[in-house]
Design a protein around this ligand. Sequence first.
Ligand SMILES: [Zn+2]
Length: 175
Amino acid sequence: MKSSGQPQRRKPLNPGKGLAPGKPIQRKTPMPRGAGPVASVPAPRKRQAPKDPDAIGAALPQDVRQARVLLSGGLCDWCGRPITGPYSIHHRLPGRMGGRRNKHRLAALALLDGTGTTGCHGLLESSRTLALGAGFLIPDGAAVPAPELYPMFLHQVRWVLVTPEGFADSAPLAA
Ligand SMILES: [Zn+2]
């Protein structure tokens, strides 16, 4: 094998878009604390969302979600603090019974910080007693199943009914 001098590269080395010198690597999202690899893997979706928007399990339409955030003025309905991080829309009506037809009405929803397992949403999901007592959960057998007529303990300071225009003062939920 004859060779003279340095072998020629056909292509120059690609400098690429590597790390800029002097610039530290930054994570876009913080590392989860205390969450093991198993817990961080999302559960697989068991089935496609049904086409009927009122069907149990149907996704909340984006326009309804935005309208509900606006109605609450961007404040968590439970703690009253401005939402700056993750938030979610809580369903006051459970999936069965009245929940099927009414579940996506504004009054059937609550704006809460956190997810179903964190923040105020996690708190209310973890305590059925708390959610029921504050009107954030409307039981299937409620005497007044219409969510517009079912008071909610807004910000834990005032009882309100949720109307399309906003919150209206209400008598407390009968114990
Ligand atoms: Zn909150």
